[in-house]
Write a protein that binds this ligand. Structure first.
Ligand SMILES: Nc1nc2c(ncn2[C@@H]2O[C@H](COP(=O)(O)OP(=O)(O)OP(=O)(O)O)[C@@H](O)[C@H]2O)c(=O)[nH]1
Ligand SMILES: [Mg+2]
Length: 196
């Protein structure tokens, strides 16, 4: 089996921050349910990002928040499990919302996963002005206190802006490894959906 760069990537963030839309944009066909209602994603779902030289198994996760209900606890447990032993954690931080206690909670959770490279993605950049985006970028640098971001990337999945750049940066962050799913097996991405 040929060696490429490959590995697992957890896509995390507060509810409704555009995680599933981003996975769909990266993977190129609709594999994950998206909705304007928070907590649409209840299980970790996988999509496969294939490019020459790398293969990333993307794990879409339910939105994390400080749990107040049993559902909240269960969803957070799913995310916690998904972040275990991934190579890269992508945190979705929406451009049109300020980062408050919710994002601080998530940053604290991901800082426990010391081995994974952390990429901050500013999502929904089509909804804000350039100056608001610059302010958001500065805020995100300051959010990470116990680690440094591997990359910070502003993306709009809706208008497909910077999605390919993000795909490349994810690929570069992966370690050398095998092609987990041979390309020939992947004629229909939807086969790779998984509720686990
Ligand atoms: N304008 C705009 N809207 C977006 C973008 N990405 C996602 N959205 C919208 O944001 C809402 C939430 O998107 P989802 O992808 O379902 O968000 P999620 O983080 O997966 O949500 P949960 O799984 O419920 O936590 C939907 O109405 C999307 O259409 C974007 O790049 N631009
Ligand atoms: Mg989702």
């Amino acid at each position: 089996m040929s060696e490429i760069q490959s590995g697992f990537v957890a896509i995390v963030g507060r509810p409704n921050t555009g995680k599933s839309t981003l996975v769909n944009a990266l993977v190129g066909s609709k594999v994950v349910i998206t909705s304007p209602h928070p907590n649409t994603t209840r299980h970790a779902i996988r999509g496969i990002l294939n490019r020459p030289g790398f293969q990333a198994i993307l794990v879409d996760t339910p939105g994390i928040h400080k749990p107040k209900t049993l559902l909240g606890h269960r969803l957070n447990a799913v995310v916690e499990q998904s972040m275990d032993s991934v190579d890269v954690i992508v945190v979705c931080l929406p451009a049109d919302e300020s980062s408050g206690a919710g994002d601080e909670f998530i940053i604290q959770e991901i800082s426990k996963h010391t081995k994974a490279k952390k990429i901050a993605v500013i999502t929904k950049t089509d909804l804000v002005s350039k100056s608001a985006l610059v302010a958001k970028l500065a805020g995100i640098v300051g959010l990470a206190k116990e680690f440094s971001w591997h990359e910070i990337v502003p993306v709009s999945a809706a208008i497909h802006d910077q999605v390919e750049l993000l795909a490349d940066l994810i690929g570069q962050a992966l370690p050398p490894g095998p092609e987990f799913y041979p390309q020939g097996m992947l004629s229909d991405q939807s086969q790779d959906q998984c509720s686990c």
